[in-house]
Design a protein around this ligand. Sequence first.
Ligand code: MG
Length: 272
Amino acid sequence: MATASTSQAQEDFSKPVITTETKKDADGKDVLYMYIDGVKVHETDPIKQPFPPIVTPGEPPAFMAAPSDAIVLFDGSEKTLKENWTDTKGGPSAWKVVDGALESVKKAGYIQSKQGFGSCQLHVEWASPAKAEGDGQGRGNSGVFLMAIYEVQVLDNFENPTYADGQAGALYGRKKPLANACRKPGEWQSYDIIFHRPVFDEAGKVTRRATFTVLHNGVLVQDHTVLSGGTGWMGPHAASEYKAHADKLPISFQDHGNPVRFRNVWVRELKD
Ligand code: MG
């Protein structure tokens, strides 16, 4: 059972407390449930892991231009695509600019910023394809990765349910959003993310965990959530402890095979 105590987790920041329990399903088959730091994760049954409430966001404001001290990573131009972004190997990305938006291209792989960032405020707007195809995780799936490691899920969850910690605004596989604030397919949506990077000591042990505050279309969906390790689905990656990494790493967007678009991407660096 999930008896993980928070104090135990806090004593040793480098180790998320992972507990599991096995229960029989209706057919008598063993089903494994996982908890990370007492939070149930990787649970596909909404009775056991209820969906967050649906909140209809307000009318979108006029295009939210970058503030004067922001680093503009993508402004709708080919120029900012070429100057600021690469594929994961450092070569030109095959993602394309369509109508002033950066569009994910199937099999092109992730796209990442040339510049590395640690703690930061990130504004990004995204739109899932106007023609909703597929369901669950197959509809309008992408992701915004901080430090190319920690994923804020991008998914078309407008009248498209999926497991709670895999829906839009989730820290993927770790923490479901407080609300489902999705707009309709094809409509522009915003994420405003305040991220503080994890801090490691010289031995590579985490001494301060990463935190995420996320607003989805102006609705708070992550409230200073403390992340206890990587983001991912059940398995070694999801259950991973922190692995020490550089203080600054790229911001990246996921190619999950769906032509999700991004625009108006800007970032402000923050003190750790
Ligand atoms: Mg994703």
